[in-house]
Design a protein around this ligand. Structure first.
Ligand SMILES: *Cc1c(COP(=O)(O)O)cnc(C)c1O
Length: 485
């Protein structure tokens, strides 16, 4: 009797294949309708804090629920609280794209559900990552000396690079920890992304040992101050380990003097890390390579395909010219993760924090193949051209001013009618940004530059056309007029 009742249990605990088929097809139709009709949605969600949570049951269901009901809630409850990052009029932070081939790859990768920790745990996942990143390296014009790995984010990639820098200092911190050592110091500009400081916190370097070097009027690191800071630290018995330059800072997209920083790193034998999370994508344009001059001298470089290379979040690439140092920083192999092939293959778990790794190369590979280098170049070139065109219009407007150069596709500017003091202008620009975003038609964000509240408009979605950019500019002028009257 016992046996019979066991045999009667339906072992299809997951939803049935027919149900999957029905809802997967519905989901694909929904996705197409969504992505082709984004203008029906306000770019920025207008819900209040707690609105979404209050519509959801606090307790998990005990019984199965129909997919119809679940999908209905997705549309009715979840979608209103979505900020539409895939919208062509999303100009805030850095505009991104989850292009169609990437969406397909994410579906397939969920179905395969592989863990790319070891070569053996999915040879294709490891080898496709190697091949695709080698393609990307060539597309960006980096030499063969660079190895690469995909991480979830630039924050984690930079953390790994800084851990490699710490290893490179040769202080055996991996074994002994940091007690009794002189303070380690790292150097970056005061425009560097906050992830650099966070990395220093996590690695035990400490916020106080991050030297935020001052910048020139173009928001680029002043290398004479960099050298002075290093000399001062050495004289005080500290141990400099790393300089981090940025190509495309987050606020203004400024570019640090890469060749000169490389010289300084070589002189002091410091690890040179470059954060090009956003800007790095522009290296795909041969005519833009001069901007990147010297980056091949870095020990490690971050480029985020999930920022300006149309890949769904998350996909961040860490290029590294000293992979053996990165491996020395991270590799730790317990018996249960040893394989017979260890000597012949790359096991990506040896080069970073996480053991388990998603099959992220699949989406990058599908995007590069489905679009091709020429089309990707074309879109990036177009985004830069749109930014240049809008820059000219802002320049000519009597009541707006640009606040930094525009090396890529991101503009920083403000409403600046003469005769108003700084506080009033800051307040007006905050109000202007709020009014523009409240239209729901576009979404822009802000930064603060030299105490000036600054509006930021970043172009980067694959579907963005000049009409979208022009519309943002019309709304900005119209709302500025309204506020001004
Ligand atoms: C966006 C950005 C980051 C952070 O990227 P994540 O992948 O979200 O961690 C780091 N550095 C720069 C320059 C960026 O623009």
């Amino acid at each position: 009797m016992e046996e019979k009742s066991t045999a009667q249990i339906d072992h299809h605990f997951d939803i049935k294949a027919e149900t999957f088929s029905q809802w997967a097809h519905k989901a694909v139709d929904w996705i197409i309708n969504y992505l082709e009709n984004m203008n029906r949605y306000p770019v920025l969600s207008s819900v209040a804090p707690g609105d979404i949570r209050s519509k959801l049951p606090a307790m998990p269901p005990e019984q199965e629920e129909s997919f119809e009901k679940i999908f209905n809630d997705f549309e009715k409850i979840i979608i209103p609280g979505i900020t539409h990052w895939n919208h062509p009029r999303f100009f805030a932070y850095f505009s991104i794209t989850g292009a169609y081939p990437g969406v397909i790859a994410e579906m397939l990768s969920a179905a395969l559900n592989v863990n790319a920790m070891l070569w053996k745990t999915s040879p294709s996942a490891t080898e496709l990552e190697e091949v695709t990143l080698n393609w990307l390296r060539q597309m960006l014009g980096l030499p063969e000396t660079f190895d690469a790995i995909i991480n979830d984010t630039a924050s984690v990639g930079s953390l790994c690079a800084m851990a490699a820098a710490r290893e490179y200092a040769g202080l055996h911190i991996r074994e002994k920890g940091m007690a009794g050592l002189p303070a380690l110091t790292i150097y970056t500009s005061n425009q560097a992304h906050s992830s650099i400081e966070k990395g220093a916190i996590i690695l035990g370097i400490g916020k106080d040992n991050v030297r935020k070097i001052n910048i020139n009027d173009r928001f680029e690191m002043r290398t004479e101050l960099l050298t002075a800071a290093i000399e001062k630290d050495i004289a005080a018995g500290k141990k400099p380990i790393c300089i981090i330059g940025t190509i495309g800072t987050t606020s203004t997209t400024s570019i640090d003097p890469i060749e000169r920083i490389a010289d300084i790193c070589e002189h002091y034998n410091l690890w040179f890390h470059i954060d090009a999370a956003y800007g790095g994508a522009a290296a795909i344009l041969p005519e833009y390579r001069s901007i990147f001059s010297g980056w091949q001298r870095a020990d490690s470089i971050i480029v985020n395909p999930h920022k300006w290379l149309f890949t769904p979040i998350d996909c961040s690439v860490l290029f590294c010219r000293k992979p053996e140092v990165l491996k020395a920083a991270f590799s730790l192999i317990p018996e249960y993760l040893r394989t017979r092939e260890d000597d012949a293959v790359k096991n990506f778990m040896d080069y970073g924090v996480a053991l388990g790794r998603r099959f992220r190369s699949l989406k990058l590979w599908m995007i590069i193949r489905a679009l091709g280098t020429f089309k990707i170049q074309h879109v990036i070139r177009e985004h830069i051209a749109f930014a240049g065109k809008l820059r000219k219009m802002i320049e000519l407007h009597p009541n707006f001013e640009l606040l930094a150069p525009t090396p890529f596709s991101t503009l920083v500017f403000r409403f600046a009618k003469s005769g108003l003091d700084q506080d009033r202008l800051n307040q007006l620009n905050q109000e202007l940004l709020d009014a523009v975003n409240a239209t729901g038609e576009v979404f822009l964000s802000h930064t603060v530059l030299n105490s000036k509240f600054t509006i930021r408009l970043a172009i980067g979605n694959i579907k963005t056309t000049w009409v979208d950019v022009e519309r943002a500019w019309e709304i900005l002028q119209q709302k500025a007029d309204e506020l001004n009257n």
